[in-house]
Design a protein around this ligand. Structure first.
Ligand code: NG6
Ligand code: CA
Length: 504
């Protein structure tokens, strides 16, 4: 307690307006879950899965009800998180294959580069999925540019996702554990002759696929893309959470002198969901539920490390997710069958791949004991695209020359000091929609996914759909017909935001 008061006093003393003095700069740990839904965590009401570590964060920090990622899939949300630009402004920011080229230009201002400039040691551990190298890389040599060209001093990542080759860890641009006598080859075109696939050897698989995911077999699970050789470097899915957690914790330990920024992007709870044996059966929901327990454990290990090193007071820990929940995402892992009454999307409609709220409204919590009041909830609208401008402002860095064009400084809202966040936010799942205050507008023309898979598709007819999220959080009653003026105004606003090229 004493410690807490002292730290709080110190922080108050050194806050000079916007910036922070060198000594007070908080460490920042951003834990980014994959496909974790709003309702998948105890702090948002889940019962069928226990998440004590996430719940602890909510008790000790600030819980968000209107925190958004920018898109309902992974690559585009990560793109926005790092660059402060809406993904849909840029071609080529859709879901990437495992051998795609890096989609963010080296040297561009990113969340990592800004913090790096402010004196932070920066590291990324876990899932990258923003491309690496020039594309169709030779994975036996140094693969660059990658995270290290975007402001990260250290990177220990998988190139794409667990369901895509190459199935290896890449440390600062080099595949870990590769035997030079057994080079690795990767192809997203044709298969390699004589190499078994999920089609030719389907009956031998440990986990069967339901859609796609029927090429290279690694650890008894077939993936997207072909791969040959490099076996000594292949990951073991069951150990992945341990590997990444050890990396995350040692990054913190190495940089305990601070300040540091760790972007810990877990693979959980993306497919294939293959948690370690000690988590298997921890829920009644099968691999999807058990992967949530494993994710919570990873969060807990980070919290323990911060406690052990005496860093918890002045470290910002944020946990959020890259897109909404999905059940069957290409493997037969029982996610639908064993769901029970668990509501992965919480009160929101839709999930991953959908423009309904479940696609982008993320479970989010932020803890910073020395400045943020414990146990509060905020309804302020914030987006991950805002982290760049908000944290730049926190550490006293200016964003120059069009950097982070869509990033708004909502630091006050992120820290729970005001309920005023963004006025409006654009959300994306193949096309863009607008939330403004309590209203949500979905333009006509395209369909969107509904439910959590297997999906139905909702077609959106003229003049689009309008929902009042305050009165109807579940987007069940389209009131476009009753509010033609509102529809017209929001439609025009959305077009204007698209035409303008950013707020900065
Ligand atoms: C889809 C994959 C899905 C998942 C997703 C990317 C199939 C049939 N589906 O194409 O399994 O990998 O891409 O997910 O292959 S994300 O969270 O990385 O965006
Ligand atoms: Ca994802």
């Amino acid at each position: 307690m004493m410690m807490r008061v002292l730290t709080a006093m110190m922080v108050v003393l050194v806050f000079g307006g916007a910036g922070l003095s060198e000594t007070a700069k908080p460490n920042i740990v951003l834990i980014y879950a994959d496909d974790l839904g709003y309702g998948d965590v105890g702090f948002n009401g889940a019962h069928a899965v226990k998440t004590p570590n996430l719940d602890r964060l909510a008790r000790e920090g600030l819980r968000f009800t209107s925190s958004y990622c920018t898109a309902a899939t992974c690559t585009p949300s990560r793109y926005s998180l790092l660059t402060g630009e809406y993904n849909w402004r840029r071609k080529g920011t859709g879901i990437l294959s495992g051998d795609a080229a890096l989609i963010i230009e080296p040297g561009r201002t990113t969340l990592a580069s800004v913090l790096n400039d402010a004196g932070y040691r920066t590291g990324v551990v876990g899932k990258w999925h923003l491309g690496m190298g020039g594309g169709r890389n030779d994975w036996n040599g140094l693969v660059k540019p990658g995270p290290n060209a975007l402001g990260f001093d250290y990177s220990y990542v998988m190139a794409a996702t667990g369901d895509r080759v190459p199935t290896v860890y890449v440390k600062n641009g080099r595949v870990v554990g590769l035997d030079p006598d057994d080079p690795i080859e990767v192809s997203y075109r044709e298969g390699f002759e004589g190499v078994p696939t999920g089609q030719t050897h389907r009956r031998e698989l440990k986990m069967d696929w339901s859609r796609g995911h029927n090429s290279a077999i690694v650890n008894g699970i077939s993936r997207i893309g072909h791969q040959r050789g490099g076996e000594s470097a292949w990951w073991v899915d069951e150990d992945m959470a341990d590997v990444f957690t050890v990396e995350a914790v040692s990054f913190i330990e190495r940089n305990r002198g601070g300040p540091f920024f760790l972007f810990f992007a877990t693979h959980d709870i993306h497919v294939p969901r293959v948690p370690h044996g000690r988590f298997v059966g921890q829920t009644e929901m099968g691999p999807r539920g058990d992967a949530i327990v494993q994710f919570d454990w990873q969060v807990g290990e980070v919290l323990k490390a911060l406690d052990r090193l005496g860093l918890s007071e002045n470290t910002i820990v944020i946990v959020t997710s890259d897109n909404g929940p999905v059940l069957d995402d290409g493997y037969k892992d029982g996610a639908n069958e064993l769901l029970g009454d668990h509501r992965a999307g919480g009160p929101w409609r839709g999930g991953k791949y959908s423009v309904f709220e479940g696609g982008t409204r993320m479970p989010t919590v932020l803890r910073w004991p020395s400045r943020v009041e414990a146990g509060k909830t905020t309804d302020a609208i914030v987006s991950q695209v805002d982290y760049l401008a908000s944290f730049a402002s926190l550490v006293g860095e200016r964003l120059e020359g069009g950097a982070g064009p869509d990033s708004e400084n909502v630091l006050g809202a992120l820290l729970g000091e005001t309920e005023r966040g963004r006025e409006r936010v654009v959300l994306h799942a193949g096309f863009t929609v607008l939330r403004e205050g309590d209203w949500k507008y979905i333009p006509p023309g395209r369909g969107t996914r509904d439910g959590l898979g297997p999906w139905s598709r909702v077609r959106i007819a003229e003049p689009g759909m309008l929902f009042n999220l305050r009165q109807d959080p579940g987007e069940t009653r389209d009131v476009a017909g009753e509010h033609p003026e509102k529809v017209k105004a929001m439609r025009a606003r959305l077009e204007a935001i698209k035409a303008e090229g950013g707020v900065r």
